[in-house]
Design a binder for this molecule. Structure first.
Ligand SMILES: [Zn+2]
Length: 571
């Protein structure tokens, strides 16, 4: 894993992955990825820029690093000698190249680190240059893209290099407050002070294939723990599995991924910056009738039959709908704290060309899929991933659409150890004040608190044969009858069908399913869902966020005292 970019002038280079002798021009044409084994060779910053940005669009920031040797550091060589050698060896002034450019025609500011320059170490000049790139992004109101490659803070500048972690993080925080997208592209290697600050406190983390990232390096961990490290430790795949990066992206796909992210950020920004048109608030009841209700003469479906339909393994899942009702799904992974829950999927997508964040429970059609997705039962990590994505959507000015299909939150031991109750609670609270439009669709099973953790919304829609309930009919029957065999009676008593919940005001709109049910004609089901979501979502972005939140709170407030007939003194 010590591949280095081929030197200028050499015609051939040997792959560090498979030892193939490669014609240098062929390797470069392949973006310095070995065509034989896929090994991603480390890139110098200028070559990285050439690969990522639109030709001719890069303008370096005017700032030049000052000569710094703040603590007169000398090891076997004085620090200034090492700096001079690095400059001569790379042709760069410092370990980072910063500037503005367009990627796919979308403007951004960039800071690209270069590992060849003193191991990409973070010193005062590097910190200052990246901070200025962030400030430039803020000034121009454009996203910031960081490409990291670093062994960590620069020892030769002592504690002053440590302070750069805070300096740059502050600049990232300012972009976060301003609702400007920040993206890190983690490349090999990204460690220490860079990993523990700006590389990971951005909105979206892409790990390039072959990248390794961590706080402590493997050598240090081995020394301290005396243990052999697991295979693949700190690799991109490890990071994805442990919820620490949004995705692993091969070099060929990096530019395309960045374009998709920048496009979503621009759409959100445009929506938010649209001049507020003074308009009468429509009364909450006024909304376009978008979906045909089922015929009034249709016999009422039996609740237990509906439960069985809602659980049918052939029923379209969230990923099916993302593929059919939505376009351009870019999945974002991980809770950033150690896990990526497979029972919750989420990411950026488009609906009829409109950019939004979609988050949903994922079940599956086969036993294998269901097991791999934990039957759609989210762990605390799943709820925290959902929360992270909701907040990101709000910051970027993108609406949130949730697709709810879960028997309930994961009731396991691990889930309890990791704070399942608090994770659900935090989502419910955060959704109730999320300053962006939220539309929830109960697509299959709306099981209890796990469902509500994704369903505190401005508009709650429900598919015709979905169910939404405080407890499963089996659970209710076991406690109250007490006989699990009484589940069909419990299902009827719980009023968990769509018509019942529309009457109770818990659900705003019924989404009709093809006859006899969604799984018989998934494409028609997707069309109906798309139309229903669009019809309910379209009026919302015009409502100021504070009004949205106020109305959302009123919507859920009315299920309390008013419904049970209490008359509080103040109201
Ligand atoms: Zn190779």
């Amino acid at each position: 894993m010590t591949a280095t970019a081929p030197r200028e002038g050499e015609l051939w280079s040997r792959c560090a992955g498979c030892a193939s002798l490669l014609y240098r021009k062929r390797l470069r044409r392949n973006l310095d990825v070995c065509p034989e084994c896929g090994e991603h060779t480390r890139l110098a910053a200028p070559e990285r820029l050439r690969q990522l940005v639109d030709p001719g669009s890069f303008t370096p920031l005017p700032d030049r690093p000052a000569e710094v040797d703040p603590i007169d550091f000398v090891d076997v060589l004085p620090y200034p000698h090492r700096l001079s050698a690095a400059r001569a060896g790379t042709g760069l002034a410092e370990a980072v190249v910063c500037g503005t450019a367009t990627i796919g025609g979308l403007p951004c500011a960039l800071a690209v680190m270069d590992f060849r320059f003193l191991g990409g170490s973070l010193g005062a000049a590097v910190g200052e240059l990246i901070t200025r790139a962030a400030e430039r992004a803020l000034e121009d109101a454009v996203p910031l893209v960081l490409v990291t490659a670093s062994g960590g803070a620069r020892m030769q500048e002592g504690a002053l290099s440590l302070m750069q972690m805070a300096t740059v993080s502050q600049a990232i925080a300012a972009l976060r407050e301003a609702g400007l997208l920040t993206v890190s592209v983690l490349t090999d290697p990204t460690y220490g002070g860079v990993a523990a600050s700006f590389a990971t406190n951005t909105d979206v983390l892409l790990a390039e294939t072959g990248a390794r990232m961590g706080f402590a390096g493997p050598r240090v961990i081995r020394q301290v723990t005396g243990r052999t490290l697991p295979e693949g430790f700190q690799t991109a795949a490890f990071l994805l599995r442990h919820g620490q990066v949004d995705m692993v992206v091969p070099r060929h796909a990096l530019r395309g991924r960045l374009v998709a992210l920048l496009a979503a950020a621009r759409a959100g920004r445009r929506a938010r910056c649209r001049p507020a048109v003074p308009r009468q608030e429509p009364p909450p009841a006024a909304r376009p009738a978008t979906v045909a209700a089922p015929p009034a003469d249709a016999p009422p479906a039996d609740a237990w039959q509906t439960v069985r339909l809602a659980r049918h393994p052939g029923r379209p899942t969230t990923l099916d709908y993302l593929d059919s009702a939505f376009e351009g799904f870019v999945e974002l992974h991980g809770d950033r704290l150690g896990s990526d829950c497979p029972a919750v999927v989420g990411g950026l997508a488009r609906l009829d060309g409109r950019h939004l964040m979609v988050i949903g429970h994922q079940k599956g059609h086969t036993t294998g899929e269901l097991v791999a997705r934990n039957f759609g039962m989210a762990s605390p990590a799943g709820h925290r991933k959902a929360l992270r994505l909701m907040r990101l959507a709000a910051r970027l000015g993108l609406p949130v659409v949730t697709l709810v299909d879960t028997p309930g939150a994961d009731p396991g031991i691990g889930a309890e150890e990791q704070g399942q109750a608090a994770a659900i609670a935090e989502n419910i609270l955060s959704l109730s004040v999320l300053p962006t439009p939220v539309v929830a669709v109960i697509t299959g099973e709306g099981g209890s608190g796990g469902a509500l953790a994704l369903a505190v919304a401005d508009r709650v829609l429900m598919l015709q044969h979905a169910v939404y309930s405080v407890i499963s009919p089996e659970g209710c029957a076991a406690i109250l009858w007490p006989d699990r065999g009484a589940a069909p009676q419990a299902a009827r008593a719980l009023r968990l069908t769509t018509p019942d919940l529309c009457r109770l005001g818990v659900v705003d709109d019924l989404v009709p399913e093809p006859v006899p049910a969604a799984h018989h004609a998934p494409e028609a089901a997707a069309r109906a869902q798309r139309e229903a979501v669009l019809g309910n979502l379209l009026p919302l972005p015009d409502v100021p966020p504070a009004t949205l939140v106020r109305r959302r709170r009123q919507r859920f407030r009315r299920f309390g005292a008013a419904r049970v007939g209490l008359r509080a003194g103040a109201r």
